[in-house]
Design a binder for this molecule. Structure first.
Ligand code: HEM
Length: 154
């Protein structure tokens, strides 16, 4: 494993960092650049429909990168022989972020179904916590995970 890891170290760490860039960067872009602009759309139907569409695309985009970040992390830990508190902290952060992501994914899907049926109020209620609480939680945790990654590298 060690020799194999030495040969592929650069690409595996690159993929771990790329996953972080897409996952955390994607959420920051949606929250701070895309969402505020969508809120300026006056027609409620178009505003909510666009929101659902964009968030749905983000969630599908990041899904493989969530898995990739963990796969690469596990290879790095085994290959480089990492152990200790920071590793467990990063594992815990990844788990919370993934559970939060899954919850948001399900809420968005339910909101889409309600929206397609014409239940605008119901769809809006399902999406309420996403931009205000759930997405910011994952952004903060993601930034902490990046910082811990830098600490681990030393
Ligand atoms: C939650 C999502 C995660 C994000 C956003 C993230 C982000 C990062 C980043 C940006 C680095 C590179 C730091 C640098 O080059 O200085 C890094 C390194 C690292 N991460 Fe993660 N990480 C995540 C999850 C995990 C998990 C779950 C683990 C382990 C269970 C882990 C273990 C590591 C290790 C061991 C390194 C050091 C790699 C090396 O030796 O260069 N990461 N992480």
């Amino acid at each position: 494993m060690q020799t194999w890891f030495e040969n592929y170290k650069t690409i595996i760490i690159f993929l771990h960092i790329l996953s972080a860039v897409v996952w955390v960067g994607g959420m920051i872009a949606i929250k701070f650049a895309v969402h505020p602009v969508i809120q300026t759309i006056e027609e409620p139907n178009i505003r909510l429909g666009t929101n659902l569409h964009i968030v749905g695309r983000l969630f599908n985009l990041v899904m493989p990168f969530i898995a990739l970040s963990l796969i690469c992390a596990l290879i790095i830990i085994k290959g480089a022989g990492y152990a200790g508190g920071f590793i467990h902290l990063k594992e815990a952060i990844w788990t919370i972020m993934s559970l939060n992501y899954m919850y948001m994914y399900i809420q968005r899907s339910k909101a889409q179904t309600l929206f397609n049926r014409g239940d605008l109020a119901g769809a809006k209620a399902k999406m309420r916590l996403l931009p205000t609480i759930l997405l910011p939680i994952n952004i903060v945790l993601g930034v902490i995970a990046i910082f811990l990654g830098v600490m681990l590298r030393g």
